[in-house]
Design a protein around this ligand. Structure first.
Ligand code: 2ND
Ligand code: ZN
Length: 380
């Protein structure tokens, strides 16, 4: 017997988010209010409905470069410490309300230095905001553990400086490092010094790779730079052959990624919006899940991609018939892959994630007979 999860089940299920951009998840209302408060005049409109639509147009972008253009205006309103803290606090609250129990949210501090803030001030404002937001979420009945991944922008040359910042704040809420921005023309080895430094410092890092560019980018991220996880990693399917009977043959790189259990931070809806995959239906997530890669599901940019963890999971339920068991598998994968000490990961899996899914499964055993005929479907 398999329980087909309802949207309410999915919303209440404990979820783990490893790939979400702070500047990709602002509330539209907050964008407008912060623009007014901080004197940012370049917003295309100050009407909340219109700005919502304007950001949502990113869903039609079709290329990573065009998708990324929308960030100029979220970054534009994140140039003071109160503004950054507010964005971070609301992020923690919104994720918690969506049932996310553990999150690693990323941001490139260098983007918030346009009006003179230092990198340290930016990081401290984020951490302060997360503390406030997590406290408010607890009061509202939703507990969340939230940390920061510091990004360097691939097209700039500040990766080592940002890597040093990640090490400096590693005991204060920064859990690791990443590089983001346009992928084509900016290979991971461009930042090799930063990754070598992080390895010497025993610091965790992930790399956006296999989204806007293909296998060479994934290969460099893993074999040259030593990434512990892959941001997206979608193009790893280019190294997998499927014959007419559906049998898969893995190339050496795909085998390595699977053998080493390298987590793929997949962001299904964002991948459609950036033109990385043509549709959710054709997203390689289902194949990679079937082949037992360590797949995780993420939001990437909740504002630009009009999404949430609940929405991403619901999309998979609708598209691939995923059950609560599948959603638990994806969540445990994500929790296993977090940049958190191992004992804490284990505790969250055993004391929060598994009991949460067990409670949802047991709910389906009760209720009326009529409920059961509609909510329980036998796939045996
Ligand atoms: O999907 C993405 N790929 C590469 N870079 C991205 C993606 N989504 C957001 N970014 C960029 C834009 C942001 O300004 C930056 C830091 O969060 O990261
Ligand atoms: Zn991303």
């Amino acid at each position: 017997m398999h329980h087909v999860p309802t949207i309410d089940n999915i919303q209440r299920a404990p979820k783990v988010l490893l790939h979400d951009h702070l500047d990709g998840g602002l509330r539209p209302q907050t964008v407008v209010e912060l623009a007014e408060q901080t004197g940012y005049e370049a917003l295309p409109t100050f009407d909340v409905d219109e700005i919502t639509q304007w950001f949502a147009a990113a869903t039609e972008a079709g290329s990573l470069e065009e998708y990324l253009e929308r960030f100029a205006h979220t970054v534009g309103v994140m140039q003071t410490t109160p503004a950054i803290s507010r964005v971070a606090a609301e992020c923690a609250e919104d994720l918690a309300a969506d049932g996310v129990v553990y999150a690693e949210v990323r941001y490139a501090p260098e983007l918030s230095t346009q009006k003179g803030l230092t990198l340290d001030e930016v990081v401290e404002a984020i951490l302060d905001g997360f503390r406030q937001g997590a406290a408010r979420a607890t009061q509202a009945g939703h507990r969340i553990r939230i940390g920061v991944l510091l990004c360097a922008m691939r097209q700039e040359s500040r990766a080592t400086e940002i890597a040093e910042l990640a090490v400096k704040y590693r005991d204060s809420g920064v859990v690791g490092f990443d590089i983001a921005g346009p992928e084509a023309g900016f290979p991971p080895t461009r930042s090799l010094d930063a990754f070598e430094y992080l390895r010497r410092e025993n610091c965790h890092f992930t790399i956006h790779a296999g989204e806007g560019f293909g296998l060479p980018s994934i290969w460099e991220a893993i074999q040259w730079c030593g990434a512990a996880r892959l941001g997206h990693g979608v193009r790893i399917v280019d190294d997998i052959d499927i014959d007419e009977d559906g049998n898969a043959t893995l190339g050496r790189l795909a085998s390595f990624v699977r053998d080493r259990r390298i987590p793929l931070e997949m962001c299904p809806r964002s991948n459609v919006h950036t033109g990385t995959v043509p549709s959710i239906e054709q997203h390689p997530l289902a194949l990679l899940r079937r082949l037992n890669f360590r797949v995780t599901v993420n939001t990437d940019n909740r504002l630009m991609s009009q999404t949430s963890m609940t929405h991403e999971f619901d999309t998979l339920v609708q598209q691939f018939g995923y059950t609560l068991d599948d959603l638990q598998w994806l969540t445990v994968n994500a929790m296993k892959s977090a940049f958190l000490p191992f004992d804490q990961r284990l505790a969250l899996i055993n004391e929060v994630v598994k009991p949460g899914y067990a409670a949802l499964r047991s709910e389906s055993l009760f209720g009326t007979v009529a409920d059961h005929t509609t909510s329980l479907i036998s796939r045996a």
